[in-house]
Design a protein around this ligand. Structure first.
Ligand SMILES: Cc1ncc(C[n+]2csc(CCOP(=O)(O)OP(=O)(O)O)c2C)c(N)n1
Ligand SMILES: [Mg+2]
Length: 306
């Protein structure tokens, strides 16, 4: 989670320095969901992250250097400098399905992966993330329905962060929660505090276990707050300050740190070690990404088939 925050913060710095030609999405507040859920998977499983799931990429082994290279349009990034966004950010060798769009299009693809595991008789699980805004699109409901009908080994994490771009959830649906959509399609639904990494991990581990043992899919609604604008260019003046202040006290890294300190698990030496490790990894990643060139214009049409 600290590595996620550090990469996120450094990416914001790079943007302000004019080194990022595209758009970036803040991960702040989402670290516990991405990390906790991904931690519940085994290496043979696959996952399809969304645009606030940097922690999932890092946990699966994508390096900070690769993330920076993608953002800076360098050939070291997975889209080889052709897209500076999270679009296309994936690596199947790490079990990461490349990100398609911000809305729920990773769900049908995850469904396909889960179907292939079942069809081949492999004890593997496919997990994906989606958003409160994404949940209003058809592919969300269609994917839940088919996953339940086919009893597929899939886990769907709905990151309810109170906003979809500038739309607050109460302008989008009249219910308080979205988890009941699970029941509507015939699968178990869980609600979890998305700022508590252990809770997210525990609930996801249960859903993953059930999926792996043939018990079918689950929907997990993880509640959190989007702590920045939709993307870097959005000052989010439409979000009430008080709401942000309330959620700031629930910051997932602060909560985890406090808990571990109180339990005597985390002492100053360990904290300093973690901070140093994170800084070293981020610095080395950035150095590597900065040494990766921009794509050669002669290769502009390479990889274009239609
Ligand atoms: C089909 C489609 N429509 C619109 C967009 C533009 N768009 C990208 S993300 C987004 C809001 C997503 O909100 P949510 O699912 O709540 O995720 P969050 O950004 O809050 O994490 C929109 C409207 C898109 N990428 N694709
Ligand atoms: Mg949202």
């Amino acid at each position: 989670m600290k590595l996620t925050r550090a990469v996120d913060d450094r990416t914001e710095d790079l943007y302000k320095q004019g080194k990022i030609p595209g758009v970036i999405f803040s991960q702040r507040g989402h670290e516990a969901i991405a990390v906790g859920a991904s931690y519940a998977l085994e290496p043979e499983d696959v996952l399809a992250p969304m645009h606030r799931d940097l922690g999932a990429y890092l946990l699966r082994g994508m390096t900070p250097g690769t993330i920076f290279a993608q953002a800076m349009a360098r050939i070291g990034g997975p889209s080889r400098g052709r897209d500076t966004n999270t679009h296309g950010l994936g690596d199947l060798s790490l079990g990461i399905i490349g990100y398609i769009s911000h809305l729920p299009q990773s769900m049908p693809v995850t469904l396909g992966a889960a179907f292939s595991f079942k069809y081949r008789g492999e004890a593997r699980v496919a997990l994906t993330f989606t958003g409160d805004g994404a949940s209003s699109e058809g592919a969300f409901s269609e994917s839940l329905n088919l996953a339940a009908v086919l009893n597929l080994p899939a886990v769907f994490i709905l990151e309810n962060n109170r906003y979809a771009y500038s739309t607050p959830t109460h302008h989008q649906y009249a219910t308080r929660n979205l988890v009941q959509r699970a029941e509507a399609f015939g699968m178990p639904g869980y609600t979890v505090d998305g700022n508590n990494v252990l809770d997210v991990w525990q609930v996801t581990a249960e859903a993953v276990d059930r999926a792996r043992s043939g018990g079918g899919p689950s929907l997990i609604e993880a509640h959190t707050m989007r702590m920045r604008g939709h993307a870097i260019h959005d000052p989010a003046n439409y979000v009430p300050k008080q709401l942000l202040e309330e959620w700031e006290t629930l910051d997932p890294i602060k909560i985890t740190t406090d808990t571990l300190r109180n339990q005597g698990v985390l002492d100053h030496t360990t904290e300093a070690d973690i901070a140093l490790k994170v800084k070293t990894e981020v610095d080395a990643g950035l150095k590597w990404a900065d040494s990766s060139p921009l794509p050669n214009p002669d290769t502009l049409t390479a990889g274009i088939y239609a």
